[in-house]
Design a protein around this ligand. Structure first.
Ligand code: ASP
Ligand code: MG
Length: 424
């Protein structure tokens, strides 16, 4: 049995949904679990709906809901000209319940309400996709992932209970799956012990595919994307990108740690634990091989990868009394940074200085200066970029540093990291 994940872009309109059906036809007779995301930009829309509800803005709320309803209705009208089928009722019911939610007071727990509303995107898309597959003659069922994936109460970022999820998979999912070839379910969502809906974090549908694969012992997972596979750099920042044909789970985790964003980082661990290969393939050109992520590290060094983080700020801290930066200062600095939820992209220390690199979009440099000024002199330098090169050599370093001043660099055996500024 295989798990396929189709993200928002692969089900964004009627043509895309038809394409999913065509892809599945290539796997006639195989057992497939299909994990789908919300259609197109639906999740962002639902987030706006939550905000409107929190602001108690009735007109805005209803307008946004109507828009989203119309978007899904358009897709259905195109896919299902015969209007009698059940999917119209399923969708209608979801939107009615959503509209009714506004009449209740907005709960104190924002994240709880977020999950109850934002999870609807995947329910809508899975109903529409499974109905269409059925109409096309596939042997298909619909499964509610909220009855299978058990999480804790950490709304917006549910932590999976693997034991309970495996039990529920055997108890509730497998018997239904025996009746059909293809079981369609939702990415991104789960449920608590009490049956409340949770979500697994933005872009969490990949992770769902990993959870199903782990609990049901799948032979492989395939993530169908609008790119040809995992590339060795983001084409936005880099010419002549190369597709990675085969990398290890370890390499995939390293790349995502440094900021590569092709797959949700949590996806890898369950697959690595059971040695289940993960394929990243193009839903546009299904004959391309894509990338495989698997246990062997044999090919990791073949292609250097480049990960760029733009708009960085480098802060350097120095004690006011010219004393050395020692462990006590470091723990104090970390604590203050943790309090403002700063995420450190890179750090370095010397006798008198401690430097950290942060995303400019997430911090106000003056606030950081303010926060530390009682004990530290803080300087900062903005407009920087951080490039991480995996499996670097001198030529790759020269390539990225052309016309740049390098402010700081760190090298380990496999990884070079450079903080740079455009040479003005
Ligand atoms: N629909 C959710 C999101 O956009 C989950 C996903 O697409 O993976 O974040
Ligand atoms: Mg999405």
């Amino acid at each position: 049995m295989k798990v396929f994940k189709f993200g928002g872009a692969s089900v964004k309109d009627p043509a895309a949904v038809r394409n999913v059906s065509r892809i599945l036809s290539l796997y006639g007779g195989e057992k497939l679990i299909i994990v789908v995301s919300a259609m197109g930009k639906t999740t962002n829309k639902l987030e706006e709906i939550v905000k409107a509800s929190q602001n108690r803005d009735h007109d805005m709320f209803m307008e946004l809901v109507d828009d989203l309803h119309a978007f899904h209705s358009q897709i259905m009208l195109d896919l299902f000209p015969e209007k009698h089928i059940a999917v119209y009722n399923n969708v209608q019911e979801i939107f009615e319940k959503l509209r009714e939610r506004f009449s209740e007071a907005f709960p104190d727990n924002y994240s709880f309400e977020y999950d109850q509303i934002v999870s609807l995107g995947e329910l809508l898309s899975s109903h529409i996709v499974s109905a269409f597959l059925f109409e096309q003659g596939h042997s298909v069922g619909w499964a509610d992932a909220r009855k299978v994936i058990r999480t804790n109460h950490h709304y917006q970022e549910g932590n999976v209970d693997w034991k309970k999820t495996t039990d529920l998979m055997n108890e509730r999912f497998t018997p239904e799956f025996q009746k059909v070839d293809i079981q369609v379910t939702q990415g991104f969502i789960g449920h608590t012990d009490e049956g409340f809906t949770t979500t697994l974090g933005r872009e969490g549908s990949d992770y769902t595919a990993g959870i199903f694969a782990f609990c049901a012992n799948a032979e492989s997972v395939t993530i169908w994307k609008d790119v040809t596979g995992m590339l060795n750099a983001d084409p936005k920042w880099f010419d002549n990108t190369i597709k990675l044909e085969s990398i290890s789970f370890k390499e995939a985790i390293e790349l995502s740690y440094y900021g590569a964003s092709v797959i949700h980082p949590k996806t890898i661990k369950p697959l690595q634990n059971k040695g289940i290969p993960l394929y990243v393939r193009s839903f546009i050109d299904v004959h391309l091989e894509g990338t495989v992520i698997q246990s062997s590290m044999e090919n990791d060094h073949l292609v250097p990868s480049f990960i760029f983080k733009m708009d960085q700020v480098l802060f350097s801290f120095r004690t006011r009394d010219f004393s050395f930066i020692v462990e006590e200062n470091l723990s104090d600095i970390f604590e203050r940074l943790a309090n403002v939820k700063a995420k450190i992209n890179l750090m370095q220390n010397s006798a008198l200085n401690f430097s950290i690199l942060l995303d400019r979009s997430k911090v106000d440099p003056n606030e950081i200066v303010e926060l530390f000024k009682d004990s530290y002199e803080v300087r900062y330098n903005e407009g920087l970029e951080l490039v991480t090169i995996r499996h670097y050599d001198q030529a790759t370093i020269e390539r990225v540093t052309e016309n740049k001043d390098v402010l700081l660099q760190q090298k380990s055996r496999q990884t070079a990291r450079l903080v740079m500024k455009d040479r003005g």
